[in-house]
Design a protein around this ligand. Sequence first.
Ligand code: HDE
Length: 765
Amino acid sequence: VQELSAAMPHNPTKASEHGFGNGVAPRAGATAEPASRLPTASTLSEDNANDKAGTVAEEGRNPLVDPLDRVRVDSAGQVLTTNQGVRIADNQNSLKYGVRGPVLLEDFILREKLTHFDHERIPERIVHARGSGAHGFFECHEPLTDITKAAPFQAAGKITPVFARFSTVAGERGSKDTARDVRGFAVKFYTDEGNWDLVGNNMPVFFIQDAMKFPDLVHAVKPEPHHQMPQAASAHDTFWDFVSLMPESTHMLMWQMSDRAIPRSYATMQGFGVHTFRLVNAQGESVFVKFHWNPVAGTHSLVWDEAVKISGADPDYHRRDLWERIEAGAYPEYELALQVFTEEQAEQFSFDILDATKIVPEELVPLRTVGRMVLNRNPDNFFAETEQVAFCTAHVVPGIDFSNDPLLAGRIHSYVDTQITRLGGPNFHEIPINAPIAPVHNNQRDGLHRQAIPRGRVSYEPNSLAGGCPFQAGAMQQGFVSVPARIRAEEEQGKVRAKPEKFADHYTQARLFFDSQTPVEQDHIANAFRFELSKVTVPAVRERMVAGLCHVSEWLARKVATGLGIDPLPEPLPLAMPDPAKPEVERSPALSLLARPGDGSLKGRKVALLVAPGVHGESLTAVQEALVAEGAVARLVGTRIGRMPTVDGNSLDADASLENEPGFLFDALVLPDGDEGVAALAQDGHTMEFIKDQFRHCKPILAIGSSHRLMAMAGLPMVLDKSYEQGGTGLVFTDSGSARGAAATFIDAMRKHRHFGREMDPPLM
Ligand code: HDE
C-alpha cells in the first residue's frame, strides 16, 4: 500500500499519461496563463493568481493538468475505504446476525455505500442535457488592445486554458448523439481576470427573439407531456404547432432543417456566440462584436439516412469521436473569428443587431480571425467535469460586455438560476471544473457544500476591522465597469412590452440562407421539412408551416407541399412587415456548409478495410499504411473478429466485425482482393449492406482486384460499366499490384468527404 503523503498529488502519474513533454511547441513568443488553479485555494490564497509559472501550453499538454492534481483521485495501489477514510475489510457481505440472520442497522459501511448511491444522480440540464466535453487552450494570434482589454486578447501567443462542452438540445442525458437538432458549443475561458463563458450554438441564429418565449419553445420541442414522446426529436406536433405560429422562427428553421443539424463530428462544426456582444478597450470605448468558431477540419455533416442508422448502432457517435480524436492526438481545432462593427454602422443595417434571429452577413462585416482553440485533453471523469461544468452567459470579464438583446438578457438571469438547482446551491463556482484561476475574494458566505474556509471575523464591506479588505477594484485595477450605453433620444419610450420595428421582418434572412445553399443542400432542407412535417398528425399545422415557407422560396414550399400531399399550395401567411428594408446582401456563399472544406486532413476519419479468410493481405496492408500515414483510423472489419489467414501466407487481425461496426459508422470503405476472401465476404449479407450504405451516403470506395464483384452483387453493376463516370464519383478501382498508387487517388477522394454527384432519388440501386 502506497504511503499517503500530504505533499503528493492524488495521482502522481497523471501528467505523463497526457503527454507532458511530447507536445508540439506553440508559436514562438507564447506566454502562459498562471498554472495555479486550485479551486479551494483560489478562494483562500492571496497570491495564487500572481503565480504566473512560466509554463507554456503545448498541443500535447494542457495548462489545467497540474493544478487539478489537488482534487484528482487515483486508486492504484490504494486500500478501499469509507468516505471517512476507514479501511474496509469486507466489501462483499453486509453485517448480519449469523450467516442466515437479519442484516444489522449498525452496518454503517453498507448504509454509507447505499446512501451515496441513492443520491448519485443530479437533475439533468433542462436543455442541452446530452453533452460531451474536453479541455484545451485558446491561443491569441495578435494583441487586440485597440478594441478590448479582455485578458485572453492582450498578447500574441497568449495561452488561456479552456473547457468546451458540446451538446444536443432536446434529448435527455442518455439520448442519441445524431438527432436532428441544434448543437450547443459552450466554451469556458479560465482567464487570469476571471472566467469568461462563451455559451454558443453551432447555428448563428435562434428560434425566438425574446426570453419570454423560451419556456414555450422548450416545452414545445421536448417530448409531449401526456406520453413523453418522442425522445430527442423535433418531428412532432407540438414543436411544429409552436414554430408555425411563430414566424420569427423561420430563419432558424432553415438552419435546423439543413445538414448542420446532423454534424459529422463536433470537430467539424462551426460555433457562434449568436447574440451581439460588446468589446471594451482600456479607454472605455466599445464596439459591437459577433463571435464565430471555425473548425480547421472544415464543416462536414452526415446525411439523414446515415444519422438515423448511426443512432441505432452507436448512440455515442459524437462522444466517441471526440474522445477518440483526442486520445489519438488528432486534436479538434477551431479558429476564433470576430465580426467587429460600431454602433453607427449597426444603425445603418437593414436588420436589428439586437435580434437573435438575424445574422450579420460576412459580406457586410468580414470575419477577422484572432486566435485558435485546441482541445487536447479528455476529462478524467465525466460527472466531475462534463456534467458539473456550469456555463453562464453572465460570466464575462473586463473587456467584454452585453448588448441589449432581449434574449441575452433572459439568459444572463437563467443560467445562474438553473445551476443553483442543478448543482445544489450557490457554491457551484467552487466545484473544481468551475473554479476560476483568478483569486476569489468576497464576503459571500456559507450555503450548501461550501468548500472555502474564509478566515477572520469580517464578512462585510466597508469595514475597518480587516483594514477595508477585500476592497473595490477601481477601473485602473481592471474592475468590471459596465459600458454606460445610452438609449437614443428618439427611442426613449418609457417602460413597454414591445419589440423594435425591424424585428418584424421574419423572412428576408431566411431567404438569404436558403438562396445561398448549393442545390444539394437545398434538396436536403426540403427533404428534412418533408420528413419532419410528415410526422405531424394535424393537417392544419402542416399547412400553416408550408404557408410560411411560401415567403422563403416558392420552390421549397411547393416541394415540401408535394411531399406532404398538400395541393394546391396554401395562401402565404399574412406578413407582419409587408415591406421590409432592402437587404445589403442577397447571397452569402459563406452560409453553405460546402464553403468550408477545411484543411483536407484525414485525421480522425474512419476507414473500414473489409477482411475475410483468404483475402490478399499485401495490397490491403499497403492501403492501410497509406491511410494511417495520413492520420486516418483504418480498421480491419472482418466477417468475424480475430486473425484471418491471407493468400500470401500471412494473417490479418480484424478488430471489428461487419456485425458490430456497420458501414455507416465509417467515412470510407476499402474492399480487398483475393478470390477466396471475396467469396467469403459475398457469403455475408452484411457486406452488401455495407457497400450499399457507403454508396448511398456518397462516401469514397476503393475496390481492389476481384472485389469489384461485390459491388455488382450489392446491386451496383452499373458502376463497373465503362460509361459510368468514375472520376468525380469517389469510386476507385485498382488491381493488387497498383494498390499503393490507387491509395493516393482514394485519399484524394476522401479529402472531399462525400461525392454528392452520386446522390439521387430514388437511389441508383
Ligand atoms: Fe441556453 N440554457 N437558453 N441557449 N444553452 C441552458 O443552462 C436559456 C440559448 C446554450 O454545455 C441551461 O446550464 C434561456 C441560446 C448552451 O452546459 C438554461 C434562453 C443559446 C447550453 C438555458 C436560452 C443557448 C445551454 C440549461 C433564451 C445559443 C448548454 C442548463 C433566453 C447562443 C451549456 C444550463 C452546457 C443551456 C437557458 C437560449 C446555448 C436553462 C432562458 C440563444 C450551449 O439555463
